[in-house]
Design a protein around this ligand. Structure first.
Ligand code: SAH
Length: 258
């Protein structure tokens, strides 16, 4: 099949996976922030069961595993990410309590009321914040926790250019106070929320991509679809640089109530 004629939306996912699997992170975040969010979750023991949904190649999962006891299942739609995830698990000698599974977050196979903690960094947008919080709740034990990071507005008003960008790409973006209200409505006690610092985007997410983009363009020189894809990634980065006062990632931590 000829990729050159495909639009960006039909872009061969294999190529996107290849691009992102060369990176340690597939979304904004950092080890310090994972540890900070984990600090809001009390009472984890060796018996705790944790799911990391949309785990990618497992950058944050390995940090979780190194900073908490318990068993962790990482879930991601893309088998290539899970393959890399599982080889990272072996490299870090965590295979006794960490494993990766390829599953769709819209059809998860966990048993009801079996999880102590659901983690999801930069991934819940794939199902939608409200739907994810609502659908995944049944997998948690009462009193169990959910910790997710999600793109959010910092202000009630913003320039049209950035508003239009997000309305096109993720209209569920909302203010922090509205996201917290949604969490409460979905059956959780909102325990904490905090904004990820800029370095989670610039240093940990975008800087490594700059090098990956150059290599990707070299490898797929002349492939219009690959070039369009990288142009879009670069555009997204420029939007962040220009409008970072108006939006960013926020960690939301909730506790399942009765
Ligand atoms: N948590 C990682 C990855 C975030 S990127 C990090 O912070 O680095 C979003 C991830 O969601 C990607 O790895 C992507 O493959 C995964 N994803 C997208 N749609 C999905 C779905 N329907 N089910 C499960 N995972 C999905």
């Amino acid at each position: 099949m000829n990729n050159e004629n495909k639009s960006i939306h039909e872009f061969d996912f294999q190529l996107i996976c290849e691009y992102f699997s060369s990176l340690e992170r597939q979304g904004p975040g950092s080890p310090e922030i994972t540890i900070k969010a984990l600090g809001f979750i009390p009472n984890l023991t060796e018996k705790s069961r944790i799911a990391d949904i949309g785990c990618g190649t497992g950058g944050q999962t390995m940090i979780l595993a190194q900073n908490t006891p318990g068993n962790i299942t990482g879930v991601d739609l893309f088998p290539d990410f899970i393959e890399k995830f599982n080889s990272n698990v072996v490299k870090l000698n965590l295979q006794k309590r960490v494993k990766g599974l390829s599953e769709d977050m819209k059809h998860l196979s966990f048993q009801n009321e079996t999880l102590d903690l659901i983690w999801s960094e930069g991934a819940i947008y794939n199902i939608g914040f409200e739907r994810g919080l609502t659908d995944w709740r049944k997998f948690l034990k009462t009193g169990g926790y959910i910790a997710v990071s999600e793109v959010s507005w910092f202000t009630n008003e913003r320039p049209n250019e950035i508003n239009n960008f997000w309305m096109e790409h993720y209209p569920e973006i909302d203010t922090i106070s509205n996201k917290i209200a949604q969490m409460q409505k979905a059956g959780y006690i909102p325990e904490a929320s905090f904004i990820l610092p800029e370095s989670c985007w610039t240093e940990y997410f975008y800087a490594p991509q700059k090098k990956a983009q150059e290599e990707f363009l070299k490898k797929y020189a002349g492939n219009q679809t690959a070039e369009n894809y990288i142009a879009f990634e670069r555009y997204e980065m420029s939007m962040y640089e220009k409008y970072k006062a108006f939006y960013g990632y926020v960690f939301y931590i909730g506790k399942k109530r009765e």
